[in-house]
Write a protein that binds this ligand. Structure first.
Ligand SMILES: [Zn+2]
Length: 304
């Protein structure tokens, strides 16, 4: 079945008719890109940004194809660029709203920063997505988003003192998503779209070296150095979720070292995580984890 929205599956006690209704609702949201309130907040995309989004659609489709899935394009209209002054939350640079089938990107200082946010959100959007009808009430809520999983009962979902719904593997899901993003950004150096950004970074690196600002040079998480007009302060952009990616790196490395017969590289281990995230099939990953680290490991890794 060709995808008509980001939704892949509806689980829980639902009739075929109800299931179809839920899929239709998501399809309508996917096709409705004129969201009145957003129209006032967003700005037009530049021709460069539109080209970046086309290339990101293609690169993320290539990942889907690698895992045996069909292409799934995110129309440009479902992605909204919000100028800084209209962006409410501090720190965050992008938000996915699956319930609206929409991605919001905060305007960024450079094209390569924009690409980092856009690629990360595109991966979330194109990962496996399932909703559930809760067993103890009528609500339709998230069940799976990539590797992230929510409990099936309302009571368990609401068991966190913070009031946020309980979910598992949220950190792992972000780590795999941002690791794929990092890999994409690191191979853009020759891309004409980002050439001036990487040239600027290179230039500022030389300046930082002269000034002895080694922190900026040695930090592997920094992918871009830049300056604001009329200001000599060196600013930087970093990849997201460093702690979560470090944990993923350690697990990957352990799995690779202990299963040399199965994998040629730790890159192939990352594929096991990414395949589960895109296809929704956790069996291969769960089996590998339990076989390597013992029974109950998956539960331990996923518990918040
Ligand atoms: Zn994310």
């Amino acid at each position: 079945m060709e995808k008509s929205s980001s939704l892949d599956k509806v689980v829980g006690k639902v009739s075929e008719e109800e299931k179809k209704k839920i899929f239709d609702t998501f399809k309508t949201r996917f096709e409705t890109t004129d969201i009145p309130k957003l129209k006032e907040l967003e700005r037009e995309k530049t021709p460069e940004e539109r080209q970046m989004l086309r290339e990101i659609n293609e690169a993320t489709n290539a990942i889907r194809r690698k895992f045996g899935l069909e292409d799934f394009d995110i129309p440009e209209e479902n992605i909204h660029v919000i100028p800084k002054e209209n962006w409410a939350t501090e720190g965050e640079t992008a938000v996915s709203l699956p319930e609206l089938q929409t991605i919001l990107l905060r305007e960024r200082e450079r094209g390569i920063h924009f690409a980092e946010s856009a690629f990360h959100e595109a991966i979330h959007f194109k990962s496996y997505n399932a909703v559930q009808k809760l067993t103890d009430c009528d609500k339709v809520v998230s069940y799976r988003h990539g590797l992230r999983i929510w409990p099936r009962s309302q009571e368990k979902r609401n068991s966190l003192p913070s009031g946020d719904p309980l979910s598992y593997f949220a950190d792992l899901n972000e780590a795999v998503t941002e690791e794929l993003t990092r890999q994409y950004i690191m191979i853009q150096k020759e891309n004409p779209l980002y050439k001036k950004d990487f040239d600027e970074t290179k230039e500022i690196k030389e300046e930082a070296l002269k000034k002895g600002e080694y922190k900026l040079l040695l930090d592997q998480e920094i992918f871009s150095l830049f300056k604001d007009p009329g200001d000599e302060t060196i600013r930087y952009a970093k990849f997201a979720y460093p702690a979560e990616r470090f944990s993923l790196f350690q697990i990957r490395n352990d799995l690779f070292q202990k299963n040399r017969d199965l994998f040629k590289s730790s890159e192939e281990v990352l594929d096991v995580f990414a395949r589960a995230m895109f296809t929704g099939n956790m069996m291969e990953l769960a089996h590998l984890m339990e076989k390597t680290f013992g029974k109950g490991t998956m539960r331990a890794v996923g518990t918040p």
